[in-house]
Design a protein around this ligand. Structure first.
Ligand code: GLN
Length: 485
């Protein structure tokens, strides 16, 4: 059970398809075969869209045969998180509520990847509506970590992370509201990018918390993520928060010499698992050997980040999820009165974590409590954003571990929501500030589980992050290790 063609990078597959060395259909069949062999154990996919994938691959091959440009992602098998909609396909956001929901349109980011020649091989498992850090809140059962089947893959985009880690596809799209791309990337030993808020259109991303939601992606190399970002980013009339494409990355770094790495001790202090602390400290030493310079920076409002995040996110979720009322979308449970129908539909459609968060958010927004909770959370958010601005006066990028812990056993945190929320302590700061952030593999624990480190850059400097990650890869081989099948 070798990954074969499916084990190659997106950049390599696209180059081979464009050069006529392999067809898009062959690349797609290799990925589908790998999914067939590996996914019964992992459950990374909620649906494998074999027919859609092969039809798309044939279309790419035909375009190429006619002399047309097959696109920069020609023939690249790609999975997508189940909260990104594809026309005429189910998009359930990991929820019973949307189990039967078929979208009449395609998400902009997905549309752009497909127009560039990517092949949609299937939708991946996730925590319901993106709420969670382990993919255990999926209504369809958990995904397993390809490195150890008794561990979680992280979440909420755990299916996409596991699909890439297991060599089922070189590229998978996810979404990151408070860490849902970076944290599973870290736990699964792959690279994950959360772009600057607004760089990638949210149109067609099933909303969780709109002021935080970002479409992101997983790959095994930074180069693949750069390719993906160049294809999907840019302004979209359907998303008023989207930003125009940058004039281009003007300065491509040749090496890491002189890079000023800001290390906030608030994100590198107590509370880290010993192995995470050891592995990331070694990575930091490697970075300094490569010529980077460590600068101490302060993010004094970081201790408020998790509470502020859970107030803002639940408040926005309670409003976004009000649309699932049994009338307009999703599941409907019969009852002869309208209010009883809504209650029955929402009780049956939403899982316990989603119901908990709707209650929390509704409470935070209720008259009389707004000042005490929601407004204070927004103040903390503004202060944290100012902290980052001050830090970037002294450094080029902010560095930390991605997750305070390696992948934990399935079931070990499900009874303790607070323990689960604390998984996000290192990732929510960049989300609240709307900044681009990337997680990349930087080593392994003594028992062989991957560890990731996180880079955060000033807004719109996503390419700088990708450049730094690429240079780290060129000197190390952590990203090349893969789980034994
Ligand atoms: N784990 C965080 C949460 O549960 C982040 C999720 C996400 O980024 N979608 O809200």
């Amino acid at each position: 059970m070798t990954p074969g063609l499916a084990g190659l990078s997106a950049t390599r597959i696209a180059a081979m398809v464009r050069a006529g060395e392999v067809t898009a259909v062959e690349a797609t069949e290799a990925a589908l075969a790998r999914v067939g062999a590996a996914d019964s154990e992992l459950h990374a996919f909620l649906e494998v869209t074999r027919d859609t994938a092969l039809a798309a691959a044939r279309a790419v091959d035909e375009r190429h045969a006619r002399g047309g440009d097959p696109g920069p992602l020609a023939g690249v098998p790609m999975a997508w998180k189940d909260n990104l909609v594809l026309a005429d396909h189910v998009a359930s956001a990991g929820s019973r509520m949307l189990e039967q929901y078929r979208s009449p349109f395609t998400a902009t980011a997905l549309q752009r990847a497909l127009a560039a020649g990517a092949i949609p091989i299937g939708r991946t498992n996730m925590d319901e509506f993106g709420m969670g850090s382990s993919t255990e809140n999926s209504a369809y059962g958990p995904t397993r970590n390809p490195w150890r089947r008794d561990r979680v893959p992280g979440g909420s985009s755990g299916g996409s992370a596991a699909a890439v880690a297991a060599g089922m596809c070189p590229l998978a799209m996810g979404s990151d509201t408070g860490g849902s791309v970076r944290q599973p990337a870290s736990l699964c030993g792959v690279t994950g990018l959360k772009p600057t808020y607004g760089r990638v259109s949210r149109h067609g991303l099933i909303a969780y918390a709109s002021s935080l939601d970002c479409v992101g992606a997983f790959a095994r190399t930074a180069e693949d993520l750069a390719l993906w970002l160049s294809v999907v980013s840019g302004i979209d009339p359907a998303d008023p928060t989207s930003t125009p494409a940058e004039p281009g990355h003007t300065r491509r770094r040749q090496d890491l010499r002189g890079l000023r790495i800001g290390v906030p001790w608030e994100l590198n202090g107590p509370g880290l698992d010993d192995e995470i602390a050891r592995v990331t400290r070694e990575a930091l030493a490697t970075l300094t050997e490569l010529g980077a310079r460590v600068v101490d920076v302060a993010l004094p409002h970081v201790p408020h980040a998790v509470p502020a995040y859970y107030l803002v996110a639940t408040a926005e979720a309670s409003s976004n999820l009000a649309r699932y009322d049994g009338v307009r979308y999703g599941l409907r449970r019969g009852a002869n009165r309208c209010d009883a129908m809504i209650t029955a539909s929402r009780s049956a459609g939403f899982g316990p974590e989603v119901q908990l968060r709707i209650l929390l958010g509704t409470f935070a927004l209720s008259a009389g409590y707004q000042d005490e909770f929601y407004r204070r959370a927004n103040d903390a958010r503004a202060q944290l954003t100012a902290d980052f601005r001050a830090a970037f006066a002294q450094c080029d990028v902010v560095w930390s571990p991605t997750s305070p812990v390696p992948a934990f056993p399935i079931g070990s945190r499900t009874d303790d929501p607070l323990a689960m929320y604390l998984c996000d302590v290192l990732t929510v700061p960049a989300s609240l500030a709307g900044l681009p952030a990337l997680s990349q593999p930087c080593g392994f624990t003594r028992d062989g589980m991957p560890v990731g480190m996180q880079w955060t850059a000033p807004a719109m400097q996503d390419e700088e992050l990708l450049d730094i990650a690429r240079l780290f890869e060129s000197h190390t081989d952590h990203h090349k290790r893969s789980p034994t099948p």
